[in-house]
Design a binder for this molecule. Sequence first.
Ligand code: 13P
Length: 342
Amino acid sequence: MNTEKLQATARMMVASGKGILAMDESHPTCKKRFDQIGVEATEESRRLYRQMLVTAPGLGRHVSAAILFDETIRQRTDDGGAFAGRLNAAGIVPGIKVDRGVKPLAGCEGEKVTEGLDGLRERLAEYAGLGARFAKWRAVIAIGGALPSAVCVRANARALADYAALCQEQGLVPIVEPEVLMDGGHTIERCFEVTESVQRAVFSELAARGVVLEGIVLKPNMVVSGAACAARADSARVAELTLRCLKRTVPAAVPGIAFLSGGQGDVEATANLDAINRLAAGAGAPWRITFSYGRALQQCALTAWGGEASQAQQAQQALCRRARLNGAASDGAYEAAMEAAA
Ligand code: 13P
């Protein structure tokens, strides 16, 4: 295994002032997003939308890496080049979602496990040939009543570790994404408790599989109140509990942590990232802490685009602006007043 190469790629993915653009929506998720703007989701409309994203002028200033979907890594931009090549030329590391989605976990009602390990070695080798330099696998853990069960947490942590070991064998940096969902009325304290136990399980399984921690990127949820919680905690509390959780569970060898947005609004996700980084700077946190947002980066661009080629430039500007604000937040240098400026 080429540990130095893995480490160098992981460091690029979490470079200062930058974060990761998640644009790896599966077909059903992409359809949901396109339905909001009244655009039919087809192979061509997905290509046009994603081409608009990756060709945004200056995107590489605040986007270090982009996560593609299987269809996209095989598609070409109008100039005939592959998406991965286009990203590389813009100084953005191309990567690929490799899980095959979540399925009901047998014997555990209401819980899910992520599938996609069968044949993964061969798929990873193919993706590396198509230009991918990292991969992503997302596990989802729901909170509610007695959930999550220990069985669900363990099954998902094991799958993440199996995936991560295979990625490193193939020279790809694994983004390890255990997402504790925001759905529900639970308190932030309950989210803390569950996120801590999930991350402990994940790092224990990664160690058992001999995964090189210097060559991964962790993509966790922030510790937040449930979306339907009556009294949602503010950014200061989110930062306090998120950082406490990370310090308890994430070894210093991990180069970076790139949060998912998970349904937070775009300004909320930026403000929370900023609050976490301000607190982390004072606490001497050992890792880079940045973003790997899907919705919280793309929503503004999706709305501005609306399926119209004539709106592409405006959409690209909206995307780059959001990336710049999140880039500032990744350095703890975001101010709410920046939202009013262009
Ligand atoms: P969101 O930021 O929209 O949660 O998406 C990130 C992601 O990649 C989920 O797997």
